[in-house]
Design a protein around this ligand. Structure first.
Ligand code: 3HC
Ligand code: NAI
Length: 692
């Protein structure tokens, strides 16, 4: 199979890129395009050129697998230059995604015809790099500086209609895009239209304040990241100096960024997610169709989970025991969709379709024709066992039952049922209709059919679905529990919430431990703690700062006060009353507080998590380090530009981590700090979680 082929259709040469899976501009594509364009230039029968793609998409970018390796000729910018220089008009036929180098290629064509469902974007900054083949200078000539920066520095793709409106596309079709591009080229020839080179269009005039404002904006939205700032630099250069100069400058910045630690981590994150969402040993043939879903428990999670299904076009039966709660859940769903309509996210007809597809009820019998039911009732073994039995009783024998438990043992939950093979975990994160992560949990007796189905279902719901094993808190919450414990210990030893949170935010988390607690509700954390007291150590039980804060009626953001106080706009401020409470608590318990360095805070937070991650891998609760990284990147705000906890661990090195764990063991005891055997082995053998 040739990566690039070309045929003559009348007097128009159609060049087709065929490089599965996403037509990335690998070396064979670049070389093939160069050759095809040269051939078209010298061919008298060719009057115009259409560049199209085979398969599901236009070119989705440069080949990320080639990054970090020695560059192979020809460079993409040379290929694009050759296309743009063509004396014969060149039309791009875009379907699927035109991303990164793919959009740059399209911008180098003289005209762009887009399919109605196409997406166009410059997502390079999400990979820690910038468009390296003239994407920014060309895009701002077509769409203006603001739009170009939103797309490049912000990494946000746009749809076909927006592309047309912004001047990025010249025509939009709901029919076959290649045929539409051919017709466009024919019309152009008939009207005597010629090549229109984007690089020859004037750059928009722009004051330097615009770029200063953009730097500040992307500094706030992409804290600590280099690439968005570099995009602004390139845009400023594009406006201030000529096209060629800014392209050369962009290439130089690209080269500097592509080998940076941030770009390596972001590339890792990209591929880790693709590994993690494809668990080994599952067969697509086992997947059963989900046409209708049930959700039991219409509280915070049940309501969100119901919306996940509705958003994916799957009708939902929502069962609740409390009529008032049920009505309020239905109201929340309606309000969310009305808000989506108001914000232009969905059409009014879609809002009605989704609301009509929800059947609220107090009767379990209504679940009879559901293909899967997700249970989201109180986190209590007894309650859940009873609810699962009622679900099973009312369900077809082949239908699946999923529990959304946060911590409970799924095997114990399934044990009393007649068909434990149908039982799995689907651990959604709050708010369930927004958060991308889904931990799918494999019970000891879950059937391959059940597992393959929930994995496919996760994708259909638009989630990043990672398969994990049964364990207290599965992967994410289990690791978080270790970090949480250290954070509370540090409060009694000498730190304050604002210091701990600042350190975590400076590392790149969107919020710190105590800000997170305030957001999720301290009453929830307190109830969780009470239900687990029998599993806590003496020191953990005695560490009762949370109990005192909750006893003071401070339940977090929702009550205007928790570890911090919040005003009506939920703006946070440090509360001296909390500092006093923490200091007094330590005094009463005879703990001599000391200054704790930022370094210690970061190490204790990270190494507690990494060590638990290593145990999770050894136990097989997570199959691969990619699974853990993907969970932390998508569910817990681990900074993407650091690749995830296990990738970050490799950066630090197992030897150093083990040494620091031993140090903390000397302070607090081995009960809290014992290096995982896997880390010890890595330290001994020079190993790592990822092959180097
Ligand atoms: N390079 C190499 N491989 C790529 C790739 C790329 N740019 N984009 C996707 N792939 C691979 C994936 O790894 C996956 O491989 P696998 O099947 O072996 O796991 C396969 O293509 C399918 O990808 P997805 O599972 O993600 O498929 P989807 O249909 O869900 O999504 C997509 C398709 C929207 C195109 C998505 O893959 C995507 O967003 N890709 C990345 C796009 C991107 O970031 N492009 C910019 C690259 S940088 C660049 O162009 C620099 C330039 O300025 C010089
Ligand atoms: P919630 O208290 O908001 O909702 C639980 C709902 O279940 C209540 O409305 C209750 O009336 C209903 N219910 C109880 N028994 C029932 C029965 N027999 N039949 C029908 N309905 C019944 O609780 P929340 O926060 O939604 O949690 C639900 C589950 O999700 C728990 O297992 C929790 O651990 C888990 N979870 C919670 C997350 C969160 O952030 N809140 C995140 C991930 C999982």
């Amino acid at each position: 199979m040739q990566a690039v082929s070309s045929t003559l259709s009348g007097n128009i040469r159609v060049i087709v890129i065929d490089n599965p899976p996403v037509n990335a501009t690998s070396q064979a594509v670049r070389a093939g395009l160069m050759q095809a364009v040269e051939q078209a230039a010298g061919d008298d029968d060719t009057h115009a050129i259409v560049i199209a793609c085979a398969g599901a998409t236009f070119v989705a970018g440069a080949d990320i697998k080639e990054f970090g390796k020695p560059p192979l000729d020809p460079h993409l910018s040379e290929v694009i230059h050759a296309i743009e220089s063509s004396a014969k008009p060149v039309v791009a036929a875009i379907h699927g995604s035109a991303l990164g180098g793919g959009l740059e290629l399209a911008l180098g064509c003289h005209y762009r015809v887009v399919d109605g469902k196409a997406r166009l974007g410059l997502p390079e900054s999400t990979l820690g790099i910038i468009p390296g083949a003239g994407g920014i200078p060309r895009l701002l000539r077509l769409a203006g500086v603001d739009k170009a920066l939103d797309m490049a520095a912000g990494g946000k793709p746009i749809g076909a209609a927006e592309a047309l409106e912004a001047g990025v596309a010249d025509a939009l079709t709901q029919e076959d895009v290649r045929a539409a591009a051919l017709a466009f080229a024919q019309r152009l020839l008939a009207e005597g239209g010629a090549a229109r080179r984007t690089r020859e269009l004037p750059a928009p005039g722009c004051e330097s304040q615009v770029f200063e404002a953009a730097r500040a904006k992307f500094q706030a939205s992409h804290r600590g990241q280099l690439a968005p700032q570099a995009c602004v630099d390139v845009a400023e250069r594009s406006v201030a100096s000529g096209f060629e100069d800014s392209v050369a400058y962009g290439r130089e910045r690209f080269r500097e960024l592509v080998t940076s630690p941030q770009a390596q981590a972001l590339r890792h994150a990209f591929f880790a997610e693709r590994v993690a969402t494809k668990p080994a040993g599952l067969s697509a043939d086992e997947v059963v169709p989900i046409r209708k879903a049930g959700v039991v428990g219409a509280g915070t999670m049940g309501t969100g989970i119901a919306m996940c299904f509705l958003n994916a076009g799957i009708p939902v039966v929502l069962v609740e025991q409390n009529e008032t709660v049920l009505a309020s859940s239905v109201e929340t769903v309606g309000k969310t969709y009305r808000n989506d309509v108001a914000k232009g996210r969905i059409a009014e007809a879609m809002q009605r379709t989704r609301c009509d597809a929800l059947t609220p009820t107090l009767r379990y019998e209504s679940l009879h024709d559901c293909d899967i039911v997700v249970e989201a009732v109180f986190e209590d073994m007894g309650v859940k066992q009873q609810v699962l039995a009622s679900i099973e009783e009312n369900l077809r024998p082949d239908a699946l039952i999923a529990t959304n438990t946060s911590f409970l043992d799924i095997d114990a939950l399934a044990a009393g049922l007649r068909r434990p093979e149908n039982v799995v975990g689907m651990h959604f994160f709050s708010p369930a209709h927004i958060m991308k992560l889904l931990e799918n949990v494999r019970g000891a007796r879950s059937s391959p059919r059940a597992l393959a189905t929930i994995q496919a279902l996760g994708k259909r719901l638009g989630k990043v679905a990672v398969m994990v094993g049964v364990s207290d808190g599965f992967v994410g919450n289990r690791m978080l529990a270790r970090r949480t414990r250290e954070c509370y210990f540090m409060l009694e030893e000498g730190a304050l919430p604002e210091q701990v949170d600042r350190v975590l935010c400076e590392f790149g988390f969107p919020m710190g431990q105590f800000q997170l607690n305030d957001l999720a509700g301290l009453d929830v954390a307190w109830r969780n703690r009470q239900s687990r007291l029998d599993r806590l150590s003496e020191r953990e039980v005695a560490c009762n700062i949370l109990d005192e804060i909750v006893a003071a009626g401070r339940h977090g953001q929702k009550t205007g006060a928790g570890f911090y106080t919040y005003d009506a706009q939920r703006k946070r401020s440090v509360d001296p009353a909390i500092s006093e409470l923490i200091v007094r608590n330590a005094e009463r318990r005879g703990i001599a507080r000391r200054a704790i360095s930022d370094e210690e805070i970061l190490e204790r937070c990270l190494y507690a998590m990494i060590n638990e991650g290593a145990l999770i891998l050894e136990e097989g609760v997570a199959s691969r380090p990619e699974d853990i990284d993907t969970i932390w990147l998508n569910g817990y705000g681990f900074p993407r530009f650091r690749g995830g906890p296990m990738f970050h661990a490799d950066r630090i090195g197992a030897a150093r981590i083990c040494e620091r764990i031993r140090h903390y063991a000397s302070q607090a005891g081995e009960q809290y700090w014992t290096p995982a055997p896997l880390l010890l082995a890595q330290a001994r053998d020079g190993g790592a979680f990822y092959a180097r």
